[in-house]
Every structure is written in C-alpha cells, then in structure tokens.
Design a protein around this ligand. Sequence first.
Ligand code: FAD
Length: 318
Amino acid sequence: MKVTEYFEKANGQTLISFEVLPPLKGGSMQTIFDTLDPLMEFKPPFIDVTYHREEFIYKKRESGYYEKTAIRKRPGTVGICAAIMHRYGVDAVPHLICGGFTQEDTENVLIDLNFLNINNVLALRGDARKFEARFVPEEGGYEYAIDMVRQIGEMNKGKYLDTNIENGVKTDFCVGIAGYPEKHFESPNFELDLVHTKAKIEAGANYIVTQMFFDNKHYFNYVKACREAGINVPIVPGLKPVTKLYQLNSLPRMFHVDLPSELVREVSNAKTAEARLQAGIEWCAAQSKELKEAGAPCLHYYTMGDSETIRAVVEQVY
Ligand code: FAD
C-alpha cells in the first residue's frame, strides 16, 4: 500500500514509522532485524531504509602509488527493503539519491523496485561527498531531487528512458521528499527553500518527511509556511532523541539543526550516562506527545541503530 493511503486510512490518527540504516559493508541483515524486532509491536505501517552513496578510499599499492578505490560502505537498500517486507509484512520505503546515479541507474533501480512490489520511494538528492565542497552530480545524473521526482512521474505514466521498452508498464510509485523546518543549509533563505519544495510537490511528490528538529515550534511554523505557500500534502515530522554528550555537536554539524538551550542544558548537566539517556528520552517523548496531539500524520523516528532508546520514547506516546 502507498504511504499516503495509510495516512488517508488513519483518518486523523497519528501513525508511527521508523527509519533504519543499512548495516556497514560486511554486516548482516540480522543487524536490521535486531533493530526492528523490538519496535514492531508498535505496528508501523511502513519502514524507511536509507541509501548511502559510495565513498572513495585511497589504497597504497606496492609501487608506492595510491589507488583510488570506490567502496560502498552501506550496501543493499533495495534488498533490505524486500527482506523487511517479507519478514514483517509491512511496507518498506527505500530512499533513492541522485548522487552517484545516472538517470539510467535510477530507472533500473525503479524497475527492480516495481518487480519487488515496492511502490513507495523517498526521492532525495544526497549530500556532497566528504572531499567535495559541494554536491556534484554523476555525469548523466541529476543535480536536484526534483529531476528524480519527474522521472518517477514519467514511469508512472509508462514512459521509460530506455527506448527499447515499448508499452512499458505504468509503475505506481508514491513519492516522498525531504523538507527542512530550519531550511536546507545550502538555501540562501527559508522562502527560497520552500519555493523549491513546492516545485517538487508540483512535479508529483506526494508527501514530505522533515529533517529532525528538537523544538516543535520549527515544525509548526514550517507546516504553516507550507500551507500558506500552497503546499497541501502530509508533512511527517522526523524525530531523534539526543542522549549522548557528543551529539550536542555532531547533530548540528551533520544535520544543520539547532538544539534548544534547555535541551543542551539538561543533557550536559546530567551527571551520568543513564541520566543523560533519560533526559533525551523525556525530551523526545514530550515532543512526540505534542506533535501527536496537534494531529501530525505520522511520527517518523530516526533509529540510527538504537532501538532501545526509540522504544523507550514510543512506549510513552503509544
Ligand atoms: P533538493 O531538493 O535537490 O535540494 C537541495 C538544495 O538545492 C536545497 O537547498 C534546495 O533549496 C536547492 N534547490 C532545489 N532545487 C533547486 C533548483 N532548481 N535551483 C536551485 N536550487 C535548488 N541523504 C542520503 O544520502 N541518504 C538518505 O537516505 C537520506 N535520507 C534523508 C531523509 C530525510 C527525511 C531527510 C530530511 C534527508 C535525507 N538525506 C539523505 C539527506 C539529503 O540527501 C540532504 O539533505 C541533501 O543535502 C538534500 O537533499 P534534497 O532531496 O532535499 O535535495
């Protein structure tokens, strides 16, 4: 079933969903099951699986020269989605990124997804590689997520890039996109970011999942601004508990978000790791309860491999 159909069927009830990362190269599917098993009793109708672009390492050869070698650190998004659907009987939402993909690569992944009966996709651009100052698209790939949204829209009409495909089946993908309550960090301002988000919706995207935020006022302001701008699709808040000291710096650095002073104070003043954990859980549970009461369509938790913490949050909310 499509993600948006779950929202419609829920009839105003707030659903719950989880996002998992593929295990590191060499890891096993069991890591994903270990993350999800403790969370399935909350009956998420769908689970997101992130996609990670290959990165490069430099290997020293006997000659003394360094060879640039591509590694895919977290492989298997499509296969993991299929395994999740098979094991739990829920829908899986693969994230697809423009980075590292040509248009043909994207088409091939979408064909695979369609074969596997996976008809939900979160369409994203991806970030710049670690050694690049800005996002560089693959040759023959896309610079912005909107182009992937358009490509999916074409396949939903039965139009493929591969001209050998005649009378191709019309796929039926439901497309989610990313939204940024605190603005995407590259955007000159909030309004322009919203213009680009609206363009993705007009190109055929069906719903938005937000970047994590730690003060609900960002979400409420964002939803209001979206509605005023004529963006009327469901907007799913993304949530992540802050439970470790290092996260006070790493989360703003990686995700370009602000942490409220009160949260920073509570986490840094906690005397023990256990007290810090508890402070983060309480904060995220309070956020979740308020969002639920305000009628958010779904609460989307970034698990990042830490299902016990997410479980402790969700237990307080559902
Ligand atoms: P875009 O929509 O392409 O926007 C990127 C920037 O370009 C924005 O500043 C936008 O305002 C601007 N822009 C858009 N269109 C235009 C235009 N036509 N002209 C000029 N500027 C324009 N990353 C991963 O690698 N893997 C994942 O699995 C993943 N999952 C994510 C899930 C969620 C819910 C979120 C919020 C983010 C996720 N990301 C993931 C991170 C995401 O890839 C980055 O935030 C990336 O920098 C932007 O992606 P986007 O799809 O929002 O890009």
